[in-house]
Design a protein around this ligand. Structure first.
Ligand SMILES: [Zn+2]
Length: 283
């Protein structure tokens, strides 16, 4: 994370004054084994990163954690209300709803919601019944949850409820998805052994999701392993992250350093500006 912050400082120092319109050039060359290599550049400045800017939506790769806070005014849009599950007399889901009929209303960012419907349908076709347990949480809701937890814990932060502004749930792209038989159980790492969770870990990237808090990245994410917490980032980014065994923080570190390099080489700032990490000051 230190390296990441240094990257941000570098970025702030490098300001590009180029005003001409961006032109994306893709150069194809063959390597000696005959594999096509693609080199992408913008106005002749190389974009040296495995994923092209056109395949990465800055809103979808947004980071929220203890060091990069979301503003208390940040609300993802458009938000979509997830239909509550309606079942017929035989218990079949008849409206495509994803959460329990008795649960309170849930919302997710629209593109993420559509991708989650597709993921759940594919899971069901493979015999895996999944439930949406938690979705978008506003800054205010997170704030209430955090201070309730503190109160119950004699004023001590035990790390189980994330501070307001630092929750992936505020992005509207993070959601907790659990196996059918865990709908009413407290969540813990044991869940990872369930077939449904293994299905999610193996297939989520095809729908644009990643496992946001992997088991081997607790020291980086500073969040315990959560096999249930999916995060939508879009298919190209999800594929890259899952194939390379990264967490979102590591992906962002690579991205921010690619941006620094692009700007140092004279790349146009307006092309990458939306991807540059900034932390909100909520106090
Ligand atoms: Zn979660």
């Amino acid at each position: 994370m230190k390296r990441l912050l240094r990257g941000i400082a570098l970025l702030t120092a490098a300001v590009s004054f180029m005003t001409f319109a961006a032109a994306e050039d893709v150069e194809l060359t063959l390597d000696d084994t005959g594999i096509v290599l693609e080199e992408v550049s913008y106005n002749s400045v190389a974009w040296d990163f495995p994923i092209d800017l056109t395949e990465m939506d800055p809103e979808l790769v947004r980071l929220a954690n203890k060091e990069v806070l979301l503003s208390k005014d940040f609300i993802p849009e458009p938000l979509m209300t997830i239909p509550k599950r309606k079942t017929d007399s035989e218990g079949n889901n008849i409206n495509g709803g994803m959460n329990k009929a008795s649960s309170s209303e849930m919302q997710l960012q629209e593109e993420c919601a559509a991708a989650l419907v597709a993921l759940m349908e594919a899971a069901l076709a493979d015999g895996q019944k999944l439930y949406l347990k938690s979705a978008y949480r506003s800054y205010r809701t997170q704030n209430t949850m955090y201070y309730n937890r503190l109160e119950k814990n004699n004023g001590k932060d035990d790390g189980w409820v994330t501070k307001p502004g630092a929750s992936d749930h505020q992005t509207g792209l993070g959601c907790d998805v659990v196996p059918g038989n865990w709908r009413d159980r407290g969540m813990n790492e044991q869940m990872a052994a369930e077939e449904e969770c293994q299905w999610m870990a193996a297939n989520c990237q095809d729908f644009g999701f990643i496992i946001r808090y992997p088991e081997d990245k607790e020291d980086i994410t500073q969040i315990n392993y959560e096999p249930w917490h999916l995060r939508y980032v879009g298919v190209p980014v999800a594929t890259y992250i899952m194939d390379n065994g990264l967490c979102l923080e590591e992906f962002q570190e690579q991205l921010q350093s690619a941006i620094s390099q692009f700007l140092l080489n004279g790349g146009e700032r307006s092309l990458v500006e939306a991807y540059i990490l900034t932390s909100a000051e909520n106090e």
